[in-house]
Design a protein around this ligand. Structure first.
Ligand code: KG4
Ligand code: ZN
Length: 383
């Protein structure tokens, strides 16, 4: 089979990314320009600013991905770009640029669902390691800032099919991490900071009522399609964010939070020691307890779904899959179930374009190219 190089472009949220992937199984280059610094003062992604930053970064990021790969605009075989879901204005920057390139270069253009990309991050890296023995069906937990979704993934004659069997009812897991970090004065994005601070607190110190989340599931759960005996495997994380807020109020933590927010605001690139110096024991205990509750809920629902659908393999992917405690606990729990669990490496857990180029490869082989009039789909579902 001739070597095939696909140039992937990703701009769905706050990272401008481009990558070259060979034969859907080797990351030849992977460039990610993060906008954290732009959005940090606002405690979350500002869509208008995200689009502007993508517009500034896209040309240098694509040039660097090609140069790092030893490729040129002319030498790559096809282009792939994220169509959705994501911020409409942000997606349009990547799509417009990819269309212009494809048109000028007379190369095929492939439109990729961002969520499918996250699933292919795992497949890409397993193939890269030489693991071609994955057993199906696969249950994929896509857990990021915008999504907490469970998909059954199957491959038929080279093309992939997905069935959603669980989703978040309100906030996504990464969103809960970001909101809790913001309300504790820890800055943005919250996930990586909470990940590093949680091992310094007592995860049993604060009890969060997971039963609330389960009750919410039952109320909405029955009668929906894709349920086993009326049970869906949905997630709900707005309750825990409110519970953390209540805890902060009833334990009079506001003034220490304000002091931390101000101190961190004046520190460029704070290190874990800076955060630890600004967090007392009750705060670290709260952080550890929040993380333990999130990890336990994500794992228990995924394992319950894996049992109900009798899957053979679990994938965990998306930004929150970078979390250390989630990885370790998942590995233990899945081993108990006798199920293999696969994660992408940390750089491929968060948004990147290698996963977009990898997801595009089966579509390239099937000649499933995007028409030139396709547009961004902010709320794009994965089927
Ligand atoms: O996949 P991603 O880069 O972008 C989306 O598609 O949303 O995920 C970003 C999310 C953010 O909410 C961020 O706080 C969270 O992933 N995240 C983490 C970690 N690293 C990133 N959450 C927990 N632990 C981490 N180490
Ligand atoms: Zn993502």
């Amino acid at each position: 089979m001739p070597d095939t190089y696909i140039l992937g472009i990703e701009s769905s949220c706050d990272e401008t990314a481009a990558a070259v992937v060979r034969l859907g199984e080797e990351v030849v280059s992977n460039v990610v320009a993060s906008q954290f610094a732009t959005h940090a003062p606002y405690g979350g992604v500002v869509p208008e600013l995200a689009s502007r930053e993508h517009l500034k970064a896209i040309v240098p990021v694509v040039r660097k991905a090609l140069a790092d790969a030893g490729q040129t605009y002319v030498s790559v075989d096809a282009l792939a770009v994220t169509q959705g879901p994501g911020l409409a204005g942000a997606l349009l920057v990547g799509i417009s640029y990819a269309k212009a390139l494809a048109f000028a270069l007379e190369k095929p253009l492939i439109a990729v669902n961002h969520l499918e990309g996250h699933i292919h991050a795992v497949l890409l890296e397993e193939r890269q390691k030489g693991n071609r023995e994955l057993t199906f069906p696969v249950l994929a937990l896509v857990v990021s800032g915008g999504h907490t979704h469970l998909y059954l993934a199957e491959q038929n004659n080279g093309s992939w099919a997905y069935r959603n069997i669980g989703r978040t009812r309100d906030d996504a897991a990464g969103e809960a991490y970001d909101k809790v970090a913001k309300l504790l004065g820890l800055g943005y994005p919250g996930g990586p900071v909470i990940d590093r601070l949680a091992p310094h607190g007592n995860p049993r110190a604060v009890k969060f009522a997971l039963s609330q989340i389960k009750r919410a599931d039952r109320r909405h759960g029955s009668g929906l399609p894709e349920s086993v005996n009326g049970e869906r495997f949905d997630f709900s994380y707005s309750g825990i964010k409110t519970a953390v807020l209540r805890y902060v109020e009833t334990h009079s933590m506001q003034s220490s939070i304000e002091a931390r927010r101000n101190a961190l605001g004046g520190t460029s690139k704070p290190q874990v020691e800076d955060y630890l110096g600004l967090c007392d024991k009750p705060t670290l205990d709260l952080i550890a307890s929040f993380q333990r509750t999130m990890v336990d809920d994500l794992i228990s629902k995924t394992v319950a779904a894996a049992r109900a659908y009798e899957v053979a393999t679990i994938f965990v992917t998306g930004g929150v899959a970078a979390n250390q405690e989630l990885r370790q606990t998942f590995e233990c729990e899945a081993a108990h179930e006798g199920l293999p669990v696969y994660f992408p490496s940390r750089p491929l857990s968060t948004d990147n374009a290698a996963m977009i180029a990898a997801a595009a490869y089966p579509k390239f082989l099937a000649r499933d190219f995007a028409p030139m009039d396709f547009s961004a789909e902010a709320g794009m579902a994965l089927h």
